[in-house]
Design a protein around this ligand. Structure first.
Ligand code: SF4
Length: 107
């Protein structure tokens, strides 16, 4: 006889996107080129471009969430295929979009 014990059933385990990242097999230092190192930045972005889209999107989303409104100088490395400056720009665009949506909803 089976009795419900209150235990959480063994459901599908959460999959960590990091296990699918294209960067998992390369030197992490590649993702922290010096500012102005165009070749280094491009090399890292080329690796990100080969990352499975869901992993890349999750990586970028997490970076944006962690970094919040930080200035580009406080956003380190290439994450989700973007530099710190590019992530800051995306953050500002998303913030503006959310603000407009709130204003339109309130109108
Ligand atoms: S997008 Fe993120 S997870 Fe994918 S290779 Fe680039 S840094 Fe790694």
């Amino acid at each position: 006889m089976n009795h419900y014990t209150g235990a959480v059933p063994d459901t599908q385990r959460l999959v960590d996107w990091r296990t699918f990242g294209a960067c998992r097999a390369v030197d992490p230092d590649l993702f922290f080129p010096n500012p102005g190192d165009t070749r280094g930045i491009e090399a890292a972005q080329q690796i990100c471009a080969t990352c499975p889209v869901p992993a890349r999107m999750a990586c970028l989303t997490e970076a944006l969430r962690e970094e919040g409104g930080r200035q580009p100088s406080n956003r380190h490395g290439i994450r989700g295929g973007l530099t710190g400056t590019q992530r800051r720009s995306l953050y500002e665009k998303q913030r503006s979009r959310r603000k407009r949506a709130r204003e339109q909803a309130a109108a």
